[in-house]
Design a protein around this ligand. Structure first.
Ligand code: NDP
Length: 435
């Protein structure tokens, strides 16, 4: 804490890993030297830079840009870029640290990184977003590359922003390479990448339920957020026979007891992706639904909860409400959405609980598959990428079970994910010496 003052999110992420990994290290001599964990919590490199740009009124604006290159022991740094006013060093260090373990779990050769800016794309014109992305990339392009660091999207960074950043990288470096993932389909993007995190989260929940012979069929599901991850989680839940009855955004949530079927989901996508509206507007079109302003959806009675919005969006009280209302499964689509106290409630109740680093790894998995396709100069079919995604999510589930099962047969997915992620990175760091 003394070395990382004012970084509560980073400390929270490190503590969660340390609690699982330190007892494991104590029982495994090979990991007891060379300051492994101490080296892992120290980023290999962090760049912080000025991002000046001109708004539509001709005024100069300035934001702060970051790239945290956390760990490259098992592959090039890999992790998203977030544009949101809340972005700061603590949040990006927590995300880059989590990413290192998540990427290790995917079985693909990717190190951990994360970046972003406190720029808020909301309310900005398309041209302003383009100017910002170009200025951001003017500096970032010095630090990334297809074999060095391959960023992707995250909150506030979707296909549009990736397109603008890719265009600027190509211009600055005069090379067409897979330096970013989440690209458009006409210039190296992978099929399934937009769906991957939402689908993957549902696949992971499906694996957990299957251990007790259960499934999504006829289950009531509550999802937070209504962005990229939430939208495709809804699509997959519907496909598997479940019913999503609530979803949210940063201003409130909508409850629709009839469920967000395909037609309603299409409207949510139009509302959030094209009209850039709030979820409140949903009730204008579907008046039977209810909008609850300024609240989170966790009091809605459900069987399965999928937090897909942001960090620390589900606290102890929310967790208690979910458990008391009979929720049997929580799979995180977002990164670290549950506070430590909320996690403790789920773990004490012994319901299925998957931390984001395991359940939302589908996004980066498919990014890894996009990198492979770019290197091969090939494009794989929707079915092929979806099949690989399903297989890898199933493998991640197996790894969590391997390291997280206790003597009673109960699986602690937090412990399992952290230890499984740690082992591969630690082995690589030991083999590569103290560098
Ligand atoms: P989007 O920007 O597409 O959507 C984010 C959603 O969360 C929006 O509905 C937004 O509401 C809501 N939200 C954002 N901040 C807050 C807040 N402070 N309180 C309440 N709601 C909030 O992002 P993604 O769907 O891509 O990402 C969601 C989460 O999933 C993040 O934690 C991200 O790190 C994680 N993730 C994403 C991956 C991906 O492939 N996209 C991969 C792995 C993890 P509003 O519309 O009002 O802004």
């Amino acid at each position: 804490a003394k070395n990382n003052p004012n970084e509560p999110e980073f400390m929270q992420a490190v503590l969660e890993v340390a609690e699982a990994v330190i007892p494991f290290i104590e029982n495994n001599k090979k990991y007891q030297n060379k300051m492994l964990l101490e080296r892992m919590v120290e980023a290999e490199r962090i760049v912080i830079f000025r991002v000046p740009w001109i708004d539509d009124n001709g005024r100069t604006q300035v934001n702060r840009g970051y790239r945290v290159q956390m760990n490259s022991a098992i592959g090039p740094y890999k992790g998203g870029i977030r544009f949101h006013p809340s972005v700061n060093l603590s949040i990006l260090k927590f995300l880059a640290f989590e990413q290192t373990f998540k990427n290790s779990l995917t079985t693909l050769p990717m190190g951990g990184g994360k970046g972003g800016s406190n720029f808020d794309p909301k309310g900005k014109s398309d041209i302003e977003v383009m100017r910002f992305c170009q200025s951001f990339m003017n500096e970032l392009c010095r630090h990334i590359g297809p074999d060095t660091d391959v960023p992707a999207g995250d909150i506030g960074v979707g296909a549009r922003e990736i397109g603008y950043m890719f265009g600027q990288y190509k211009k600055m470096r005069n090379e067409f390479t897979g330096v970013l993932t989440g690209k458009g389909m006409s210039f190296g993007g992978s099929l399934i990448r937009p769906q991957a995190t939402g689908y993957g989260t549902v696949y992971f929940a499906q694996s957990m339920l299957a251990t007790k012979g259960d499934s999504f069929q006829d289950k009531l599901v509550v999802i937070s957020g209504s962005g990229n991850v939430a939208q495709y989680a809804i699509e997959k839940v519907n496909e598997l026979g479940g019913k999503v009855i609530a979803l949210s955004d940063s201003l409130g949530y909508v409850y629709d007891e009839d469920g967000f079927d395909t037609e309603k989901l299409e409207y949510v996508m139009e509302l959030k992706n094209e009209l850039k509206g709030t979820i409140k507007d949903y009730v204008a079109k579907y008046p039977k639904a209810k909008y609850i302003i300024g609240a989170r959806p966790w009091n809605v009675k459900c069987d399965i909860a999928l937090p897909c919005a942001t960090q620390n969006e589900l606290d102890e009280e929310d967790a208690r409400a979910l458990v008391e209302n009979g929720c049997i499964c929580v799979a995180e689509g977002a990164n670290m959405p549950s506070t430590p106290a909320a996690m403790a409630v789920f773990q004490k109740a012994k319901i299925f609980y998957a931390p984001g680093k395991a359940s939302n790894a589908g996004g980066v998995t498919t990014s890894g598959l996009e990198m492979s396709q770019n290197s091969l100069r090939l494009k794989w079919s929707f079915e092929k990428v979806d099949e690989r995604l399903k297989d890898i999510m199933a493998d991640i589930h197996i790894s969590c079970v391997k390291y997280g099962t206790d003597e009673t047969g109960h699986v602690d997915y937090v412990k399992g994910a952290n230890i499984a992620g740690f082992v591969k990175v630690a082995d690589a760091m030991l083999a590569q010496g103290v560098v």
